[in-house]
Design a protein around this ligand. Structure first.
Ligand SMILES: C[S@@+](CC[C@H](N)C(=O)[O-])C[C@H]1O[C@@H](n2cnc3c(N)ncnc32)[C@H](O)[C@@H]1O
Length: 284
């Protein structure tokens, strides 16, 4: 059955604060994704991002290595913007291609076994456990044998995010809809008969200190906090474009995330490869 349209994400993607070209959060997600990609995956890498939003992370991946990407999202605004972006600035790297499709992660119009990587960030926390399992099943269905599923979602062990969100919600309606941070996806994976490739971990502790200003800008009279967000975001994103500093910040972030709980829980599964067959994959 077709789900009724939800205007939440169209509104999110219309907000100028969400229209930046790149963000520090995106670089944290990109480097996490890169650290998890097994060396043996085919090139070009057939990748799909379900709930791609701006699509910028997959597009950045496709600038780093040959990737053929199908970007999928349900929001009309996100899809229109991304189609416009691809029209005027297609992926520049030879061997890489990207297209955008409007579709539902629970019924993606994608062939079974077609992808080496199926991933998303910031999607599953908007659904209850049954829906989370259905989304995992769909991501797994579209993977070829040996393909990698990666999902990054707000982490229930991140106290700072939980407190910050509760604070904002005292004053305004949270613009990203219902959102429940996740503790783990291991039981959901186990119910589907899948095993995680390595332990789940969290990343993005430092992101909280940048993203906090974006959240504060939601409060009445605090729109100016958006300027601080833009400044810090630009600064961290620029520093992370340089490999040396990026590695340092990433290491620091991983240590702090392990100690205090990072913003995002990272879960990965390899199709047809059980945990026992893989060396424990810890983030680099
Ligand atoms: C947090 S955003 C993703 C942001 C993205 N990672 C980026 O870097 O721009 C979550 C996205 O999931 C999309 N979404 C929500 N429910 C969906 C569904 N059922 N099927 C497909 N996409 C969905 C929303 O439209 C939104 O763009």
């Amino acid at each position: 059955m077709k789900r009724p349209e939800d205007p939440t994400w169209d509104a999110v993607w219309r907000d100028p604060l969400n229209q930046e070209d790149w963000s520090y959060l995106s670089s944290v997600i990109l480097s996490t994704l890169l650290s998890l990609l097994p060396a043996g995956l085919p090139r070009p890498l057939a990748a799909t991002e379900m709930g791609c939003g701006s699509g910028r992370i997959t597009l950045a991946l496709a600038e780093r290595m040959p990737v053929t990407a199908v970007l999928l999202d349900e929001s009309r605004v996100a899809v229109r913007r991304l189609a416009e972006r691809l029209g005027s600035r297609p992926v520049a790297r030879p061997g890489s291609l990207a297209c955008v499709v409007r579709g539902d992660v629970f019924r993606p119009p994608l062939a079974a076994g077609a992808f080496d990587l199926a991933w998303n960030a910031g999607l599953l926390e908007h659904f209850g456990p049954t829906r989370q399992e259905e989304a995992l099943a769909q991501m797994h269905r579209v993977l070829a044998p040996g393909g990698l599923l990666v999902t990054l979602n707000p982490y229930a062990g991140c106290l700072l995010h939980t407190l910050g969100k509760a604070f904002v919600e005292r004053f305004v309606t949270y613009p990203y809809g219902e959102e429940t941070p996740l503790r783990t996806l291991a039981p959901a994976a186990a119910r589907l008969g899948l095993s995680l490739s390595g332990a789940e971990f969290s990343v993005g502790f430092l992101v909280l200190f940048v993203g906090m200003w974006k959240r504060l800008a939601l409060l009445p009279g605090l729109r100016w906090a958006g300027a601080i967000y833009r400044l810090l975001n630009g600064l961290f994103a620029a520093v992370c474009r340089r490999p040396g500093p990026e590695r340092l910040i990433r290491r620091l972030d991983l240590v702090l995330s392990r100690l205090f709980g990072g913003y995002l829980l990272v879960t990965s599964i390899r199709k047809g490869v059980s945990h026992a067959d893989t060396a424990h994959k810890s983030p680099r």
